[in-house]
Design a protein around this ligand. Structure first.
Ligand SMILES: *Cc1c(COP(=O)(O)O)cnc(C)c1O
Length: 370
């Protein structure tokens, strides 16, 4: 079965094999893996080892975003969030429930956020200290230009929290060149093609609040940093998903073997292109113009035919060896297909053929509206 969802992704057998072992997380051999991973991740993010630290946290991406919000923004602090889609909305909710104050900025969800719009919004909001940006908005498939938006934030003397979860490993990130970024968040199970269970927040050591100010011990990155500095960076605070940690180390080896970020992005771009073009060729309508379409996830308008049913379509694709999302996050009905993971343009072409067959099997005749 090939997973074509925007995370967790299809992984290589070598990655999954690392799970078939018992690990003692506090043993010195395992601590060496943890320490190495943190260094690798910091360097992949373009971090300066003196200024930045990669802090690992157990669990999913949202846990990392919550930890970042709580650990760089004081209670009552105001954060401007361009409402790019459901991941931006979630960031707003995480902030609000942590007693931080999200200031939503309405933007066109089908286009990248404009740096000029951010600059103008910040000029009108002098009390806002931070901007919260979703780099790759997984609900729409749009990529926001994080370096250009970061420059607009920097020009206004403000700070940035970056949800890079579905971007990191494929899209560029160079923290040393973006000193306005207080925290960048990403997980093991998206473009880095590891297994779920692990999230990293790369922080600037000099802008973290003091331990205790997060208002949550579990999500206090300053406390996690203190622990990391105390034990030489080799252990998690509390029990990690040890198998996912070990598998991530293998995933990073395979990432390096592929040639790193640039070839990986090129493969994903080609996947997205084959998919976007293939959907068009079989009479379906992608939600975005190809120029605005990012390489991570492609949304396709649901066929307007009365017999269309997303659950039946998902089942028909599963019978053909592909799993896609059984929900959508766009305003109009759509289906979404991930282009990331250990999948190739050939897989995408086979998927296009499977979609064509599935629509015929389900009796969907009208494939696109106007
Ligand atoms: C996947 C994703 C997350 C994290 O999702 P979890 O289910 O919490 O791991 C956060 N932001 C974006 C943009 C994502 O694509």
């Amino acid at each position: 079965m090939i997973l074509l969802i925007p995370g967790p992704v299809t992984t290589r057998a070598e990655v999954r094999a690392a799970m078939a072992v018992d690990y003692a997380p506090w043993d010195d051999d395992f601590r060496a893996i943890s320490r190495r991973l943190r260094q690798r991740v910091c360097s992949l993010a373009g971090g300066d080892p003196v200024v930045h630290t990669a802090l690992p946290l157990q669990g999913c991406g949202h846990f990392g975003t919550e930890a970042a919000l709580r650990s760089v923004l004081p209670a009552g602090g105001r954060i401007l969030i361009p409402m790019t889609g459901s991941y931006a909305e979630r960031m707003g909710r995480l902030a609000r429930e942590a007693d931080r104050v999200p200031i939503p900025l309405v933007v066109d969800q089908n286009r990248p956020v404009s740096p000029a719009q951010i600059g103008e919004a910040l000029r009108n909001e002098p009390d806002v200290t931070h901007v919260g940006l979703v780099y790759s908005e997984t609900s729409s498939g749009v990529i926001n230009d994080a370096p250009a938006i970061g420059a607009a934030v920097r020009a206004q003397g403000r700070r940035l929290i970056l949800d890079a979860v579905s971007a990191f490993g494929a899209l560029p990130l160079d923290l040393a060149q973006q000193p306005e970024i207080d925290a960048a968040v990403f997980t093991s199970n998206k473009c880095l093609e590891g297994l779920p269970g692990l999230v990293f927040v790369v922080v600037r050591n000099d802008t973290l609040l003091s331990p205790g100010q997060a208002g949550s011990w579990s999500f206090d990155l300053a406390d996690i940093l203190a622990q990391a500095q105390g034990d030489g960076g080799g252990s998690f605070r509390f029990t990690p998903a040890a198998q996912a940690v070990a598998a991530f180390d293998v995933a990073l080896d395979l990432y390096d073997a592929e040639g790193g970020r640039v070839p990986r992005l090129a493969r994903y771009r080609e996947n997205a292109h084959v998919l976007w073009q293939g959907m068009t060729d079989i009479g379906l309508r992608p939600c975005l113009a190809e120029a605005d379409q990012g390489p991570i996830v492609v949304n396709i308008h649901a066929p307007p035919d009365l017999v269309w049913s997303l659950p039946n379509f998902v089942d028909a694709l599963k019978r053909r060896g592909f799993t896609i999302s059984n929900f959508y996050n766009t305003v109009e009905p759509s289906f979404r297909v991930g282009c990331i993971g250990n999948v190739s343009p050939d897989d995408m072409q086979r998927f296009v053929n499977a979609v064509d067959e599935a629509l015929i099997e389900l009796g969907v005749v009208i494939r696109r509206g106007n």
